[in-house]
Ligand binder design. Structure first.
Ligand code: MG
Ligand code: MG
Length: 254
């Protein structure tokens, strides 16, 4: 069942979305060759708590960290560690908050120092596919319109969309209905109506779409060990145009 949100609830989700956006920017300031993903995790956890919120992922189904830190071929749900980021790496940082009874959830893939041209393209195309998906997130369209916009765009560059993991509704729970896949057909799926709030989050692989889970039960990597990128924003469905609750502007203006 899809839980529609009131205007008041949407504003509480916006508060969370903005806090997550600012947390990602705080992390982004420190992404550089030599820093460990554990150090970045600590920065985010402190920042979230200093703003009166709780890191949503810490303890979620037993997840052990405030952030998901997914380096290079790791698609999502990577653990923070004492690995020192290296020039040319990418790190996907997924962050969640709980504030005033609602959730926030956004992700951004950062280049570490200078990355290869192919890697830069993966990041650029994945982020653009998110905005193309968002442009379809208006009342009257269907979930498949979002999915198809993402898939057709990224495949035109030879990249592939992960199938097993998808975007989702968000509210008083981190993951609500509906699912928002990053592949699909126009006109398919649930109709978008005002009051729905969804997280759109393309997880895009440079090579094959196939993934596997590591023995830790969380970390997901590409089978061919090529890089994978992940960008996520939260959108409230309105008539006419999407209301994007989270933003990358804090990251990109610094
Ligand atoms: Mg997320
Ligand atoms: Mg999400």
């Amino acid at each position: 069942m899809i839980k529609l949100k009131t205007e008041e609830e949407i504003e509480l989700l916006r508060e969370n979305a903005l806090l997550v956006s600012k947390t990602l920017a705080e992390v982004g300031k420190h992404v550089a060759p030599g820093v460990t993903t554990l150090e970045l995790n600590k920065i985010a956890e402190t920042f979230i708590r200093d703003h009166g919120a709780v890191p949503a992922f810490l303890g979620y189904n037993g997840f052990p960290y405030a952030l998901c830190m997914s380096v290079n071929d790791v698609v999502v749900h990577g653990f923070a560690s004492d690995y020192h980021l290296q020039e040319g790496d990418i790190v996907s940082v997924d962050c969640g908050t709980i504030l005033k009874g609602f959730y926030g959830d956004s992700a951004y893939t950062f280049p570490v120092g200078k990355v290869s041209e192919e890697t830069a393209k993966l990041l650029e195309v994945t982020k653009e596919s998110l905005y193309r998906g968002i442009s379809m997130a208006v009342a009257g369209n269907r979930i498949g319109d979002i999915s198809n916009a993402i898939q057709t765009y990224i495949e035109s560059f030879g990249f592939s969309a992960v199938r097993e993991m998808v975007g989702h509704g968000i509210g008083k729970r981190l993951h609500e209905s509906p699912d928002v896949p990053n592949y699909g057909r126009k006109g398919d799926g649930k109709k978008l109506v005002e009051g729905m709030v969804i997280c759109i989050e393309p997880m895009i692989n440079a090579g094959t779409k196939s993934i596997f889970m590591h023995d830790d039960g969380w970390t997901v990597s590409t089978v061919d060990r090529k890089k994978s990128a992940h960008f996520e924003l939260t959108v409230a469905i309105k008539k006419g145009k999407p209301d994007i609750l989270s933003t990358f502007e804090f990251i990109e203006q610094q």
